[in-house]
Design a binder for this molecule. Sequence first.
Ligand code: 5GP
Length: 195
Amino acid sequence: MKFMEDAITTYGEIIQDQVVKVDAIINHQVDVNLMQECANAILAHYKMKNITKVVTIESSGIAPALFCAQQLQVPMVFFKKSVPSTLTKQFYTSQVHSFTKNIDYQMCASSDYLKSDDRILLVDDFLANGEALMGAIDIIKQANATIEGIAVLIEKAFQGGHKRIEEAGYELFALASIKTMQNGKITFQSSSHEE
Ligand code: 5GP
């Protein structure tokens, strides 16, 4: 979507071959109007799905997920990246490899907030190799809940995540799809600038 591509073009900094920093709008400071616009686009895409919960992964998925949940008037649940001592009852876990931190972590969620009759919209900030989303899908499957849609603000199409999610049987909606990040320039997969 043009608005997302414009935001990445304006604020994105390529900091490694495969990593773009968008701390000014998503990962440190949050542009609330942009998050609202992202939520509008995600919900326009996944309309009429009778979503009962919006699920994300802490911490950068929380902002767009919250705007989606507020609009749908359903709870937002964020999966944690380590098991807190307060998680005393039954909980689900999945081992995930972090792309940016290059460490493995234990994603977890309490069984209190995921039920088998839940119809989930899964939202995250970035899709790279699909590790984080596959971990979240694993947890949602353990709860026997249904995934109605998966949305990311930014996917990097040159990495394997999109294919992995689709091969697992889910539709993925990316607001911006980065095709290349070379010589300080970011290009997009199917630029909506032409629309
Ligand atoms: P994946 O699990 O798909 O390999 O990577 C996705 C996760 O890693 C996202 O939740 C995000 O936190 C982080 N990530 C992956 N690529 C990037 C990137 O280029 N920039 C930033 N800021 N985070 C990224």
